[in-house]
Ligand binder design. Structure first.
Ligand code: TRP
Length: 455
């Protein structure tokens, strides 16, 4: 089909650049604060093994499905799905995958930019020497005071979103690719620096043990579902981000090798992040708390107790910021590419308009932490929690499920085989089973269970 042609938005300069771009999307806040914690809590090495199984059986097939839909369509997810539906004479309802994805990306970015803004703020703050030698109470107070001040949150949200818009406005090659070429190698470098620091912190063995030593007793059905959800979220699946990026993949790149490399890089970064964070936490006799508390109270406090803590604290938050921005730019691409195609619009104008809307919506998240902390959208959820729940627990899994079913049952089998470059052999026989059965069942189980749990 169209895979020999080019996308109107530009093309990645090489297969390797696509790998870096997709890894940039995948490696984000989820790797740095979520993976280490849930792995530690759910049986360490046992969880890591189960998680790897989920990545291999559910994550990689759906990732391959998204990329091949994008590359065969050579357009934004909405228009790529339109082409596929026409070619396969499928129901136009499948195009909802594209719409839901574009909307989900926009919704996720609205809060992602606020949280990433906190990392920027902490980078600057620690650079000024704040929290050096401070008590844990002061570290706590610093975070609470920050959250209580909407103007501060808006300032940093604006800086992060402004940077994101500036990059995406410049286009796929000059914007996205340039950012990826700089930020991804720097991200790996900073991670190695932090690992070396953690290795010498005195808590390395305790941290490594918490993260990696297998404890099968702590691994439960719950842990399996958490592993599946994490495998899905961390690979940026279910909203067309990988489909949009897939549209810019050169025709000669191997999708199979590419997606396996992306999944490996993403996992390596997640484990390395854990090996960098926990030793520092344990070296200071702290408990690894969860979520915002770990990233914005425990870690800044721990750095404040350590030699050269201010310097390495800055390194840590710069790392988080790089990870967040290479994810943020992929969140905008499905909606952005669609609007450019549909209205033949100027990319930078669309980028700025999307940015402004996203900024306005993000105010809901900002105010959730202060002046609207008592406002609940539904079921006691604040605006932030509602958007987070809706996207992560509903829109992304449903999107991923539909993508797997579409590729498995509606898209012509020959087209998928061509895109994947498989013609017989073990992979060709396994592929229909993975994309048509294992992956959709896996996602469906997690989806139903999560909804059931929150009723
Ligand atoms: N993968 C990102 C992370 O680990 C988060 C994420 C989920 C995402 N879905 C996405 C990023 C879609 C970009 C696009 O933090």
């Amino acid at each position: 089909m169209a895979s020999a042609s080019e996308s109107r938005h530009g093309m990645w300069s090489s297969g390797w650049l696509f790998i870096l771009a997709a890894a940039g999307s995948a490696v984000g806040l989820g790797n740095i604060w979520k993976f280490p914690y849930i792995a530690g809590e759910n049986g360490g090495g046992a969880f890591v093994l189960v998680y790897l199984g989920c990545v291999a059986l559910v994550g990689i097939p759906i990732l391959a499905g998204e990329v091949l839909l994008g590359r065969a369509g050579r357009a934004s997810p909405i228009n790529a799905m339109r082409k596929h539906v026409i070619a396969a004479s499928g129901s136009p309802l499948w195009v909802l995958i594209g719409w839901s994805g574009a909307l989900a990306g926009f919704l996720i970015l609205s809060y992602y930019a606020v949280i990433a803004g906190w990392a920027l703020y902490y980078g600057v703050k620690l650079g000024e020497g704040a929290l050096v030698g401070a008590s844990i109470e002061v570290a706590n107070q610093t975070f609470n005071d920050f959250l209580a001040d909407p103007w501060q949150l808006i300032l940093w949200q604006t800086v992060f979103l402004g940077g994101t818009v500036w990059i995406v406005a410049r286009g796929v090659i000059k914007g996205l690719e340039t950012a990826i070429r700089w930020f991804m190698p720097l991200l790996f470098l900073l991670l190695v620096v932090l690992l070396a620091y953690a290795f010498n912190s005195g808590g390395f063995m305790a941290g490594a043990e918490f993260l990696l030593s297998p404890n099968w007793e702590a691994m439960s059905v719950d842990g399996l579902l958490v592993a599946m959800g994490q495998a899905f979220f961390t690979l940026s699946l279910g909203m067309g981000a990988m489909m949009a990026y897939g549209a810019y993949v050169p025709a000669n790149a191997s999708i199979g090798n590419t997606v396996i490399t992306v999944a490996l890089l993403d996992t390596v970064v997640a484990i390395a992040a854990g090996l960098a964070i926990f030793p520092i936490v344990f070296a200071n006799g702290l408990e690894p708390g969860q979520g915002p508390g770990l990233m914005f109270v425990t870690i800044p406090f721990a750095f404040g107790q350590m030699p050269f803590g201010a310097v390495f604290g800055v390194v840590f938050f710069v790392l988080v910021t790089f990870a967040a921005i290479t994810s943020a730019i992929s969140l905008t691409e499905p909606a952005l590419a669609y609007l450019v195609e549909q209205y033949n619009a100027d990319r930078s104008r669309v980028a700025i308009s999307l940015g402004v809307f996203c900024w306005l919506l993000g105010l809901g998240t900002v105010f959730s932490f202060n002046i609207w902390s008592d406002v609940h959208v539904v079921a006691g959820l604040s605006v932030f929690e509602f958007i987070d729940y809706l996207t992560q627990n509903v829109m992304l899994p449903l999107g991923g499920l539909l993508i797997a079913l579409f590729v498995g049952y509606v898209l012509p089998k020959q087209l998928a085989r061509e895109q994947l470059g498989i013609d017989g052999g073990i992979v060709a026989r396994l592929w229909p089973l993975l994309i048509g059965f294992v992956a959709p069942v896996g996602v469906a189980v997690v989806f139903v269970y999560t909804i059931y749990q929150s009723l």
